[in-house]
Design a protein around this ligand. Structure first.
Ligand SMILES: *Cc1c(COP(=O)(O)O)cnc(C)c1O
Length: 343
């Protein structure tokens, strides 16, 4: 099976497993795990921030970050297809008392002026106050698009002027960095809090890091413990993330090339279902055609290609560490042939 459902399906490599077994560890609730501390400092430094907090998941890091910027009874503004509003099972509302208001885009790229115009900062006792704006980069459900850097700069300036917080869901910020060539710190510094994931394209088994100002990260550490997210010898996992930082960032360019290869193979057989030129990173979204998304996913699975359905009419393929460019091309041949109706 060529598994293109998600970049979370990767398994740690032998070398990563070796790094994990060799990790120096301690009790992280006491702040005594040297590998966790090293990872938190390293990631904070890479993103141009003061402090970091290693978390089990990106959803947890998003909840902790947003809770530092948005109080109970306030709102978070985000894209209507953002992970924070679609895929975190209402956590921000259920756990933090945060409501969300969304904007729509055609292509997933933010429009700073429009987003800033939505912010409600001086509504007195009449309207919900905007605590923060969340941006996703790359944007998963929009097809892995990279947020244009100048637009992020403009959004950041505007949010500061309005005194509205700015959170970056950078689950795939590594992909945005590799695709755009913009330094991680250049992007990271525009935001007050940033979540980055190690269990997606970087191929670690578990883990995300939230970065931000020292006091906010200290408060996030307390909330993490309150939610049951304190852990002990987590250095075993931090070692995998450290290994991924050393060895799996630059190679994301291979995943991006494989995704384009997949899209080209599909387009050669079914030109209406995808535009390879629109593929910027490791995610490809296809129009499932008359079979529908569930039908295409099922048909592809019987031919040895695993995809995921996005609603009723779209299908997503994601390339990653465990899929070669050759396999991506093969998968594209299979899916393109199905879409062309010849199988
Ligand atoms: C995967 C992902 C997350 C975090 O997901 P977890 O499964 O909780 O680690 C957050 N944001 C985006 C855009 C993601 O794709």
């Amino acid at each position: 099976m060529i598994d293109l459902r998600s970049d979370t399906v990767t398994r740690p490599t032998e070398a990563m497993r070796r790094a994990m077994t060799m990790a120096e560890v301690g009790d992280d609730v006491y702040g005594e795990d040297p590998t966790v501390v090293a990872l938190e400092e390293r990631v904070a430094g890479l993103l141009g921030h003061e402090a970091g907090l290693f978390c089990a998941t990106g959803s947890l890091a998003n909840v902790l970050g947003v809770a530092q910027l948005v109080g109970a009874g306030q709102e978070l503004l985000c894209d209507e297809k953002a992970h924070v509003v679609r895929a975190e099972l209402g956590a921000h509302a259920a756990l933090s008392g945060v409501t969300t208001r969304t904007w729509a885009t055609g292509d997933g790229r933010i429009d700073p002026a429009r987003v800033l115009a939505l912010a409600e900062v001086e509504a007195g006792p009449y309207l919900v106050r905007t605590g923060a704006i969340a941006v996703e980069d790359t944007h998963n459900l929009a097809g892995g698009v990279v947020q244009p850097y100048q637009r992020l700069v403009e959004l950041s300036r505007g949010a500061r002027r309005l005194e509205v917080g700015l959170h970056l869901d950078g689950a795939r910020l590594w992909n945005a960095h590799v695709a755009s060539g913009v330094a991680l710190a250049e992007i990271g510094q525009l935001f007050e809090t940033v979540n980055v994931c190690f269990s997606k394209g970087l191929g670690a088994p578990v883990g995300s890091v939230l970065v931000g100002p020292t006091e906010r990260i200290a408060a996030a550490r307390v909330l993490r413990k309150r939610l049951g997210g304190g852990w002990r010898q987590a250095g075993i996992l931090a070692a995998a993330a450290m290994y991924a930082l050393e060895h799996h960032v630059d190679r994301l360019a291979d995943d991006h090339a494989a995704a384009r290869e997949f899209a080209r193979a599909v387009e050669e057989r079914a030109s209406d279902s995808v535009d390879p030129a629109a593929v910027e990173t490791n995610i490809v979204i296809l129009d499932a055609g008359p079979r529908g998304a569930a039908g295409l996913v099922e048909a592809a699975a019987t031919e040895g290609v695993a995809l995921s359905a996005l609603g009723s009419g779209l299908v997503r393929a994601i390339t990653h560490l465990d899929v070669t460019r050759y396999e991506a091309r093969q998968a594209g041949d299979v899916v393109g042939t199905l879409l062309a109706g010849r199988r």
